[in-house]
Design a protein around this ligand. Structure first.
Ligand SMILES: CC(C)(COP(=O)(O)OP(=O)(O)OC[C@H]1O[C@@H](n2cnc3c(N)ncnc32)[C@H](O)[C@@H]1OP(=O)(O)O)[C@@H](O)C(=O)NCCC(=O)NCCS
Length: 175
């Protein structure tokens, strides 16, 4: 796996310049939304419009096949715009090309990005934790993130005791 890290303007330019890679990403995104958020249809324009509000605190990580730079391997977005606590990066849209899952790409991508964040400042932030919110029905993803080393945060444990059934589970990784 090789990967590129972009801010929003760079990411939009990359998507425009690489329509085949963009199509592969969007197909995977569409399928993910259909499965877990059937009322929402993934649209890059809406995604980019939302991202524009926060782009000064957001990065886009695009992974390519190690042998073939024209083949999409995986993707994630990372943001530090939620100001509950400092030192946190929220991961979202973590996705691996469907035909390439369970081969270690997701874990490699998260670990590579964690190393990059530890070695570089995330905008003006010093980051110590990743957080990801996962739909409770997304068993594969919950299993994968836990295997990577993410654990339930205290808030999720408290919500689980108070509410019983949860819609999403918040996991965190100290980096
Ligand atoms: C979640 C996702 C990114 C994981 O990527 P991946 O490349 O398949 O994961 P990896 O191969 O790196 O697996 C990491 C660990 O999780 C485990 N794992 C992965 N998929 C699993 C599954 N379906 N069931 C159980 N365990 C699983 C692996 O066995 C591995 O552990 P190991 O190294 O000890 O064997 C991928 O399943 C995906 O793209 N899902 C659709 C999008 C999505 O739901 N994203 C999450 C929303 S934030």
């Amino acid at each position: 796996m090789q990967y590129k890290i972009f801010n929003l303007p760079e990411f939009i330019a990359f998507i425009r310049e690489n329509p085949s890679l963009a199509r592969q990403l969007f197909e995977n995104m569409n399928e993910y939304y259909k499965q877990f958020y059937p009322r929402i249809r993934f649209s890059f324009d809406i995604f980019a419009k939302e991202a524009r509000k926060y782009w000064d605190k957001m990065l886009f990580v695009f992974a390519l096949d190690s042998e073939n730079a024209h083949t999409f391997a995986g993707f994630l977005t990372a943001n530090a715009f939620s100001k509950e606590e400092s030192g946190i990066v929220y991961l979202a849209h973590v996705i691996v090309e469907k035909s390439q899952r369970q081969r270690g790409i997701g874990a490699e991508l998260v670990r590579a990005f964690a190393q990059w964040v530890a070695e570089n400042r995330f905008f003006d932030e010093s980051i110590s934790r990743f957080i990801v919110d996962i739909n409770t029905a997304n068993h594969a993803s919950l299993a994968a993130f836990k295997k990577i080393g993410f654990v339930e945060d205290a808030e999720t444990q408290a919500r689980r005791q108070a509410e019983g059934k949860l819609n999403y589970i918040r996991l965190q990784l100290t980096i």
